[in-house]
Structures are given as structure tokens and as C-alpha cells.
Design a protein. Structure first.
Length: 167
């Protein structure tokens, strides 16, 4: 395999590859056919992921991006346009599913602030309040790594709220 990657002024990259093989045992034959592929979209996607901080996103939304980015890194060296395009689509699709941890925390904080403590039992509200306080603390200290678990704990506490019995 002979070839290389060449960048054009437009930002398009061409991957040139030459293949050689033996036509028969008696006579070797070499063929060099340039294979041109456009890796611009894939390269841009890889660069976009490289500019992101994975800690800012939920683990569930970041995992597909990391996996697609790894595959994109392998695919960018291929000389098959369909595979390169497929890797680019997978990478862009996974990036469209990214969810910021802080956005979920903000939504949970707004949800808590809209709730009415008078409707719920003291014990269930205390657990809910505690989960809320933990999210606020993590947000204030920019503890992104803790937010996935804290957001999950908040949802659990909200789902476990018990309405006060009618008097």
C-alpha cells in the first residue's frame, strides 16, 4: 500500500492510495490507481468533538460520542468514501444527542422552585429538599462529575414525594 493524505486549500483532504498485486506466479503486475476521498466532514466532526469537554455532558449522552469519535479516528484513514461518510454521519448523530449536565441541574432547580411543600408530607419533602440542596451545591462548586448521580437522586426523591392526607 502506497499513498498519503494531502490537504487542499479548500480544506478538503484527499487520501491517495495505490494497490499492487501479483497477477500470476510467472509475472508480477503492479497497478497504481489513485483513490480520492473527501474526509472534510469527518475531519470537522473529529475536531468538533476534540473541542468539547466531556465532563460537561451526561455520561449517557457522552458515551455514544466517544465511541463514534473512536471509530471516526480509524475511518479517516480509509479509502472508501461510503465508510467515511457513514462514520461522519454516526459522529454527527451522536453529537446531536449530547445533553449538558448543568442544563438538567437547572431544570431540576426550576422544577423544585415551582413545587409546593405544603402539599407533601414532612419526611418526603425533607428528602426532596436534600436532593435539591445537593444539586445546588454541586452547581455552585461546578462539580460536574457529581451531577449525573445527583440529578438521578433528585428525580428519585421527586417520585417518592407523598401527598399529605386530606383532613
Amino acid at each position: 500500500q502506497i499513498g498519503g493524505t494531502y490537504s487542499l486549500a479548500s480544506g478538503t483532504e484527499l487520501v491517495m492510495g495505490c494497490a499492487s498485486w501479483e497477477a500470476s506466479t510467472a509475472r508480477a503486475m503492479s497497478v497504481c490507481d489513485p483513490v480520492c476521498v473527501d474526509v472534510t466532514n469527518l475531519s470537522n466532526g473529529i475536531s468538533a468533538v476534540g473541542a468539547l469537554n466531556g465532563e460537561e455532558y451526561t455520561a449517557n449522552s457522552w458515551a455514544p460520542v466517544a465511541k463514534a469519535n473512536e471509530k471516526a479516528g480509524y475511518s479517516i484513514n480509509l479509502t472508501n468514501q461510503e465508510l467515511i461518510d457513514y462514520a461522519s454521519i454516526q459522529l454527527n448523530t451522536s453529537m446531536s444527542g449530547l445533553v449538558k449536565r448543568m442544563d438538567i441541574a437547572d431544570a431540576n432547580i426550576a422544577d423544585f422552585n415551582a413545587a409546593n411543600s405544603a402539599l407533601y408530607t414532612v419526611d418526603s419533602w425533607a428528602a426532596y429538599q436534600s436532593a435539591y440542596d445537593a444539586i445546588v451545591e454541586a452547581k455552585n462548586t461546578n462539580n460536574l462529575a457529581a451531577l449525573d448521580a445527583l440529578n438521578d437522586a433528585y428525580v428519585t426523591a421527586k417520585n417518592e414525594l407523598v401527598l399529605k392526607p386530606d383532613d
